[in-house]
Design a protein around this ligand. Structure first.
Ligand code: HEM
Length: 503
């Protein structure tokens, strides 16, 4: 009997190994250069040993492929083939010129069982096209101007909280800024005051933390949903936990009800989404936006705005703490522009702060909050001037973090140098080597809003406080391998010193 068991086991192992070897032959058959893969994770890192952050892994693969002279390279996530584009010209084809072959992002969503997952970022095909067209007018400059005052009011709360915290020792700057972005999104996307500085135990803070806390189970679900979307659909997987879904659905329903009962109009995202729901109903064209869709988009604005902008501001202050001359130059610009606008933080005043814009651009270059862009090939695509076909269904990866730290495109890439983005220098940047907001038809829809909240947060902090690096920050910083987003191990700790009476 033991002999039989050993034979069965050996046969099973041989079959599994043979399956992996056969799968790893895909890119060779397609005529695509590839990086060495190993059983069972392919070219991915072992997610259980947590040896390297995803961004570091992508950067390494990009540099290795570039050094080998590849314009594109085949990778494997387990046995699933992935196509990484290295050459900016081919990136342009994927994102813009031949977009019809790459319209989807390839992320899992499930409208029925997990309604909040069906937001614009994940939606595919016609559903994405329809919603993108409807939501685009939400983010015009005129709409940003009306929302500016809500963000400024949250900025003052941030300044006041910092005034209290700075006397208590080094500050975990990411934690502080997450509270600011929570307040902003609470106010603009849900129409509620979150008070996350003064009342950190409030429900909104509790559920936002819950969604972003990288538990092993949550990471496993993200991994399965990304690698095996059909399987995730089959088991009706929920990427947003039930508690979080119930809370956000309830919050949106209540806010909509409250607004029905008042004549006062609050010009925020939620109002725009409600108007969209009402106008479509009256059109009676059977294409109305439902309350679930409204909730999913408000939830996306929260997902997209919470982490990206707090991460940008944290890395920016980290760099400015080590580049005091740059920090002072931004502060001088803030003072000069605000003087012109009688101290009022208007949308136009923000636009005039060009040097601050360069500093933010340089931060987004070194630390892109979304380190890779994803597309799914939806129609076979022949790479121009080659016989290579990217087959329908293949996931395409664009390694932003690699391109933006590539010495061929950015001299001395480790150096923090905002002058790369001055009016006269920006034209020298190689096209499609710098795209922290993505590019083409699926470019970030909230770009203007993200920059507005980042600028307002930085303005109110830099105007009133001088920042320096605390010994508590472990340098050189290491990225946290358990997080999908760029997060620093041990956190970024800064000292803040008041430089004027906060006004
Ligand atoms: C510094 C802040 C931000 C950064 C760096 C950022 C970056 C990105 C990136 C890289 C993408 C993918 C683009 C692509 O695949 O080509 C994206 C998509 C998106 N972002 Fe942002 N984002 C930021 C803030 C925001 C904010 C505040 C919102 C909303 C309030 C937002 C809403 C969206 C949406 C809706 C999409 C999906 C667009 C689509 O698929 O049609 N983002 N963002």
């Amino acid at each position: 009997m033991w002999i039989n068991l050993i034979i069965y086991f050996a046969t099973f192992v041989i079959a599994v190994v043979a399956y992996f070897k056969w799968s790893f032959g895909y890119w060779k058959k397609q005529g695509v250069p590839y990086l060495p893969s190993s059983i069972p994770f392919g070219t991915m890192n072992n997610p259980f040993t947590l040896s390297e952050a995803i961004a570091d892994n992508v950067f390494r693969q990009y540099m290795e492929s570039k050094a080998l002279g590849y314009k594109y390279v085949g990778l494997y996530g387990l046995t699933i083939p992935q196509f990484m584009v290295i050459d900016p010209q081919l990136i342009k084809n994927v994102l813009i010129k031949d977009f019809q072959h790459f319209t989807d992002r390839g992320f899992y969503y499930n409208e029925k069982d997990d309604p909040l997952s069906a937001h614009l970022f994940s939606l595919a095909g016609q559903k994405w096209r329809r919603l993108r067209a409807k939501l685009t007018p939400t983010f015009t400059s005129a709409k940003m101007k009306t929302m500016n005052k809500f963000v400024v009011s949250c900025g003052y709360q941030l300044r006041d909280a910092l005034a209290v915290r700075c006397a208590q020792g080094p500050i975990d700057i990411k934690d502080l800024l997450e509270r600011y972005t929570t307040n902003v999104i609470g106010s603009c996307a849900f129409g509620i005051e979150c008070n996350s500085f003064t009342d950190p135990s409030n429900e909104f803070c509790k559920y936002t933390k819950k969604q972003f806390l990288p538990t092993t189970f949550q990471n496993l679900k993200m991994f399965v949903s990304f690698m095996f979307p059909s399987f995730a659909e089959m088991i009706r997987m929920k990427v947003v936990t039930e508690g979080v879904t119930n809370f956000f659905m309830k919050t949106v329903r209540e806010s909509v009800e409250i607004r029905k009962g008042t004549s006062e109009v609050r010009n925020d995202f939620l109002q725009i989404l409600i108007e969209l729901m009402k106008s479509e109903r009256s059109d009676n064209n059977g294409d109305a936006i439902t309350i679930e869709e409204v909730a999913a988009q408000a939830f996306l604005f929260f997902l997209a705005g919470f982490e990206t902008s707090s991460s940008t501001m944290s890395f920016c202050l980290y760099e400015l703490s080590q580049n005091q001359d740059v920090q002072q130059k931004v502060r001088d610009e803030i003072d000069a522009v605000l003087k012109k606008y009688d101290g009022e933080i208007t949308y136009d005043a923000l636009k005039e702060m060009e040097y601050m814009g360069c500093v933010i651009n340089e931060t987004l270059r070194k630390y892109p909050p979304v380190p890779v862009l994803n597309r799914k090939c939806v129609l076979d695509y022949q790479i121009p001037n080659t016989d290579v076909i990217i087959e329908k269904g293949i996931n395409v990866v664009i390694p932003l973090i690699g391109l933006q730290r590539d010495p061929d495109y950015f001299d001395d890439p480790e150096k923090f140098d905002p002058d790369r983005f001055t009016k006269s220098n920006i034209e020298k940047v190689t096209q499609f080597s710098y795209m922290p907001f993505g590019e083409g038809n699926r470019i970030c829809l909230g770009l203007r809003f993200g920059l507005m909240q980042t600028k307002i947060g930085l303005l109110l902090m830099l105007k009133n406080f001088k920042f320096s690096l605390s010994d508590k920050t472990q340098t050189p910083i290491q990225l946290n391998p358990i997080c999908f987003v760029l997060s620093v191990q041990g956190g970024i700790w800064l000292n803040a010193e008041k430089i004027s009476e906060a006004k």
